[in-house]
Design a protein around this ligand. Structure first.
Ligand SMILES: Cc1ncc(COP(=O)(O)O)c(C=O)c1O
Length: 373
């Protein structure tokens, strides 16, 4: 059995094309006389290589690559039908919230948002067909119990899908903890260089895989050959990058925690974080994302003041980013819902990159000195 670093750097290598060491980009829409491929919406060798690689990394059997993380998540919801109920974490990426409110709720699928850290909040109904859990959650970094949620789903004849974007299979493998589907925005750590938008979905169930394959071919939401190649290229360095991301994130969390202008730091790698012990059980690392709340509301000079931390919406790339959830990633979430979860005007989110640790701390230090005059 190959280790994860070896799979990431070599890929699935399902077939060898003329000895090419970098898997080729099959930039073709159609195929004449191929035994395996007919039309790229339905299948493409480069995408196929990525799909097999992500399946191996997630310790699943079947992998699928989509045009974005949201396309992958939307495919999960496409497994449902009118009248089905979904139990979903209350703190989650704002785009997923918009997908639910603006699209899927209108097709007669019912959603209940709940704080799934505590299963007593998990109001499973007779028609519950899916539990959907982001863990750690975006942006409050709540840690949800994957195994317990899988048991709860299965006792009630439902599926568990986990959004694994923040940790990637290098640090967390939801399928090995009982989840039926692992889904992620490959735009983030998986591709890892702020240059690709993509989504991945993995499962070990043949029934789910057949249905997902049909949805992918029919909705036409699969990843392009070139973006599949970029993601494969990014994946080769995923393990090495994740180690540096989390080392730098821990240093940033320690620094912020001791800073007089910071009220609270949300990073599961801190022993004081309420999800720290659970993370240690279900993940092999703490990831490279953290959020923090300032004591004051003078956030714009801090957001704009970074020399290394660029003020931009995304995470998981080589360069560090600072994000304002209220107006960026979570702008689609209504204000009262946001504030209930903890997404206040004082909350900022960091994606800690691969720069030198001391340089990053120096940048944070000067950013926190920035104030409106
Ligand atoms: C946790 C999480 N899931 C899904 C998505 C959506 O991914 P994409 O932007 O690739 O559609 C994001 C995007 O930020 C995210 O943070």
């Amino acid at each position: 059995m190959k280790h994860i670093e070896t799979i990431a750097s070599h890929g699935a290598e399902s077939r060898s094309y003329e000895g090419a060491v970098s898997f080729p980009i099959f930039q073709t829409s159609t195929y004449a006389g191929s035994e395996n491929f007919s039309y790229t919406r339905c299948g493409n060798p480069t995408r196929n290589e990525l799909e097999q690689t992500i399946a191996l990394l997630e310790k699943g059997t079947y992998g699928f690559a989509f045009a974005s993380g949201l396309a992958a998540i939307s495919t999960v919801f496409s497994l449902l039908k009118q009248g089905d109920h979904v139990l979903i974490s209350d703190d989650l990426y704002g785009g997923t919230y918009r997908l639910i409110e603006e699209i899927w709720s209108r097709f007669g699928i019912e959603f209940t948002f709940a704080d799934l850290r505590d299963l007593r909040n998990a109001c499973v109904k007779q028609n519950t067909k899916l539990i959907f859990a982001e863990t750690p959650t975006n942006p409050m970094m709540k840690v949800l119990p994957i195994r317990a949620l899988a048991d709860l789903a299965h006792e009630n004849g439902a599926l568990l899908a986990v959004d694994n974007t923040f940790l990637t299979p290098y640090l967390q493998q939801p399928l090995t903890l009982g989840a039926d589907l692992s889904v992620q925005s490959g735009t983030k750590f998986l591709s890892g260089h702020h240059d690709t938008v993509c989504g991945l979905l993995t499962t070990s169930s043949v029934e789910i895989a057949q249905r997902v394959s049909l949805i992918q071919r029919t909705l036409g939401n699969a990843l392009s050959p070139f973006d599949s190649w970029l993601t494969l290229r990014g994946l080769q360095t995923l393990p090495a990058r994740m180690e540096v991301h989390q080392k730098n994130a821990r240093a940033a969390a320690d620094f912020l925690q001791s800073h007089p202008r910071v009220e609270r730091v949300y990073y599961p790698g801190l022993p004081s974080h309420e999800g720290h012990e659970l993370m240690k059980q279900q993940s092999s690392g703490m990831g490279g994302v953290l959020s923090f709340a300032l004591k004051d509301e003078d956030v714009m000079p801090v957001l704009n003041g970074g020399k290394l931390f660029r003020f931009a919406e995304s995470l998981g790339g080589t360069t560090s980013l600072i994000t304002y959830p209220q107006t960026q990633t979570h702008a689609s979430v209504p204000r009262d819902v946001r504030e209930k979860i903890g997404i206040t005007p004082r909350l900022l989110r960091l994606s800690v990159g691969l720069e030198n640790t001391d340089d990053l701390i120096e940048d944070l230090e000067q950013m926190l000195q920035q104030k409106t005059i």
